[in-house]
Design a protein around this ligand. Structure first.
Ligand SMILES: [Zn+2]
Length: 388
């Protein structure tokens, strides 16, 4: 038995002093005096014990390079080796669950299997397989191209057959595909609906990449579970999202990474131009979403330019800067993200939940940057880091 002893537990249920006992990957007790029976302890005295972070939007096969399209010609083996390195970085930084929203072939779904089987060290992976996009659409260079509802259905079922536990559809153009216009609708309403129907039948959530007003509305009306990015959101659609409980995964770090890098870093000029055009609209969309009461889940789009998997916690700082309360930020990265990912035993420090824990020097409710420097990390019961 492992016991994280003497800390202050902080999760969606509040703040309390308690030891946390872990056996076989599960939290078995939260209370006082548990350390007496421990085989191993982590000293959390004077520190805070929180659930590990859930990053709802990553690309494991991308490494933050300035031009992500440059991976297009590489083999699946190369993507996989890179994904293995990114998994290790993420988990040591306190990210204990990731949702991979698009990788070629079975790179994403096999990452999930490899972590589950202890072949790789990493966070639990929920994977979409390949993105489902229109012919020539955003991410077509690594995605599955479809035209028409029948092909969209076939593509969704193909991802499920390969082992996907979420589906990812492309509702509009995007910043990082040359030629795609950021806000323009791509998959049509009937194609989006076909993908959602397949997801619903299988009990698998559907995520939609969507930047434009019309494309976001198409995706929300089709019944997706989350809108990824959400730039150029309007008030009406924000209200509809709030009503339907459609999550916004803002991926603020993706836009900030491109903004910080700029053209001189090697990011293609067309991508920087599209990012500049979207930047303020994205900030405004997030404000609109908060005003309307749209549920928010944390996602970084890690792997995109200067957006490293190990820096996921910075997304929380950015969201708080833009108006999210630290309490809601905690929920967005734990219980709410787990809800979006359909994981019912992740994101709380309580009995019967997965033993995903971070030990932090500061209280993340008073200092949101405390998430960025975990002293210790327990992922699915395994101690992957202990600098206490
Ligand atoms: Zn993405």
């Amino acid at each position: 038995m492992l016991v994280v002893r003497g800390g202050t537990v902080v999760d969606t249920a509040g703040v309390r002093e308690a030891d946390v006992a872990v056996e076989d990957g599960t939290i078995t007790a939260v209370g006082s005096g548990l350390a007496a029976d421990a085989d191993r302890t982590i000293d959390a005295s004077g520190r805070f014990v929180a659930p590990g972070l859930v990053d709802s939007h990553v690309h494991l096969m991308l490494d933050g390079r300035p031009d992500p399209m440059s991976v297009a010609g590489e083999s699946e083996a190369m993507h996989s080796y890179r994904a293995a390195a990114r998994l290790r970085e993420a988990v040591r930084a306190g990210v204990t669950t990731v949702r991979d929203l698009g990788a070629p072939g079975t790179v994403g779904v096999d990452a999930a299997r490899a972590v589950e089987a202890d072949v790789l060290e990493g966070p639990r992976v929920v994977a979409a397989g390949e993105t489902i996009t229109m012919t020539g659409g955003h991410t077509h260079y690594t995605g599955y191209e479809v035209d028409g509802a029948a092909e969209a259905r076939e593509a969704a079922r193909t991802q499920l057959k390969r082992g996907a536990t979420v589906l990812k559809c492309i509702a509009t153009g995007g910043v990082l595909t040359e030629g795609a216009r950021t806000g323009r609708p791509e998959l049509f309403a009937d194609e989006l609906r076909a993908i959602v129907e397949v997801g619903e039948a299988a009990g698998v959530p559907v995520a939609a990449h969507a930047h434009g007003t019309e494309g976001i509305a198409n995706a929300v009306r089709a019944g997706v579970d989350s809108v990824e990015h959400g730039t150029y959101l309007d008030e009406g659609t924000a209200e509809l999202m709030a009503q339907r409980g459609t999550y916004l995964v803002p991926t603020t770090k993706a836009l900030v990474g491109i903004d910080r890098g700029g053209v001189e870093s090697g990011i293609p000029e067309w991508a920087v131009g599209k990012n500049d055009a979207a930047f303020e609209a994205h900030r405004r969309s997030f404000e609109l979403a908060l005003e309307a009461g749209v549920p928010v889940a944390m996602g970084t789009d890690a792997g995109t330019p200067f957006n490293d998997h190990a820096d996921a916690a910075e997304e929380l700082e950015l969201m708080v800067e833009r108006g999210l309360s630290p309490e809601r930020a905690l929920d967005a990265a734990t219980v709410d993200a787990a809800d979006l990912l359909a994981l019912d035993d992740v994101g709380r420090v309580t009995e019967e939940y997965c033993a995903d824990l971070v030990v932090l020097d500061g209280n993340p409710l008073s200092d949101v940057t405390a998430w960025q420097r975990p002293r210790a990390v327990v992922a699915d019961g395994d101690v992957v880091r202990d600098d206490t």
